[in-house]
Design a protein around this ligand. Structure first.
Ligand SMILES: Cc1cc2nc3c(=O)[nH]c(=O)nc-3n(C[C@H](O)[C@H](O)[C@H](O)COP(=O)(O)OP(=O)(O)OC[C@H]3O[C@@H](n4cnc5c(N)ncnc54)[C@H](O)[C@@H]3O)c2cc1C
Length: 249
């Protein structure tokens, strides 16, 4: 069954990378409570492309405590809505947006002390970015580690924001960037695979036992990452996954 859609005004659009834009919606005061969300949830967009109405899911890439609804859309090759969002959508336009939904969530608890480790590739960072902000803002005793794969730093969504968070929360937040088409002394080149996850768990993230894992990216990345974590002794119940499946045409 289709969710209910609300026509929301776009109050800002900003370029994150050459292929990704962030879109912020204005939420009317009578809908503020309905649009409250848990970090990791997503919205559906209903959009008429000139021939037919299509539906696309986008994770909310904002802190649940910021009173903002933001999505970040990466243009995919021959993409329909993602291309439109990156090239034609403008401040002042309206989009039909559903209420937040989904079970890939991280509900913070004041005073809780937990170690979270996330693995993301490309636009899979969006729900994870909401989770990172939620934990850093509301669980000062918790830690968050991130292994984040991209082709190149210039194509890394939220790179400057993540770097700023590492500086602001040095004891709590650590990122390991992995690039497939870029190298320097500090940064690993290649893909996030079982070997790389094993090395990261032993070295960069080796000081702690990790309680809960969040994985977001393409389906094959998710499968490989889950296998790697299980082979390193973690349990399936500790691992939460979201993958950006292809929309039904
Ligand atoms: C729960 C959920 C959350 C999501 N969150 C985000 C998000 O935060 N940011 C974001 O950019 N995207 C996100 N997506 C993906 C998004 O919903 C669209 O699938 C994506 O933007 C492509 O839509 P489109 O209309 O541009 O492409 P389409 O016109 O539907 O497809 C264009 C071409 O790309 C292929 N394609 C489309 N999507 C995929 C895919 N996921 N993997 C492989 N091939 C694909 C199609 O087969 C086709 O060949 C999410 C998906 C899900 C299910």
């Amino acid at each position: 069954m289709l969710p209910t859609f609300h026509k929301l005004f776009i109050k800002s659009i900003s370029k994150e990378t050459p292929q990704a834009v962030s879109i912020q919606f204005e939420i009317p005061s009578h809908l503020q409570n309905d649009f409250a969300f848990i970090a990791g949830q997503y919205l559906m967009i209903q959009w008429y492309n000139g021939e037919k109405t299509v539906y696309r899911a986008y994770s909310i890439a904002a802190s649940p405590y910021a009173n903002e609804i933001q999505i970040t859309v990466k243009s995919v090759s021959e993409g329909d809505f993602s291309h439109f969002a990156n090239t034609s959508l403008q401040v002042g336009d309206f989009l039909e947006v559903s209420l937040p939904q989904g079970n890939f969530t991280l509900q913070t608890v004041m005073g809780q002390s937990k170690n979270y480790l996330a693995l993301a590739t490309g636009s899979g960072i969006t729900p994870i970015y909401a989770m990172i902000q939620a934990v850093l803002e509301s669980e000062p005793q918790s830690r968050f580690g991130l292994i984040y794969g991209n082709t190149h730093p210039d194509h890394t969504i939220f790179k400057s924001q993540l770097d700023a968070l590492q500086i602001k929360y040095p004891e709590q937040f650590t990122v390991q960037y992995v690039y497939s088409q870029y190298t320097d002394e500090q940064i690993r080149q290649g893909r996030i695979d079982s070997d790389l996850i094993g090395l990261a768990l032993q070295h960069k993230f080796g000081l702690y036992e990790w309680d809960t894992f969040y994985i977001c990216g393409q389906e094959t990345f998710k499968e490989e990452s889950v296998e790697a974590l299980i082979s390193h002794g973690y349990q399936l119940e500790q691992i939460h996954c979201e993958w950006f499946s292809k929309p039904k045409k």
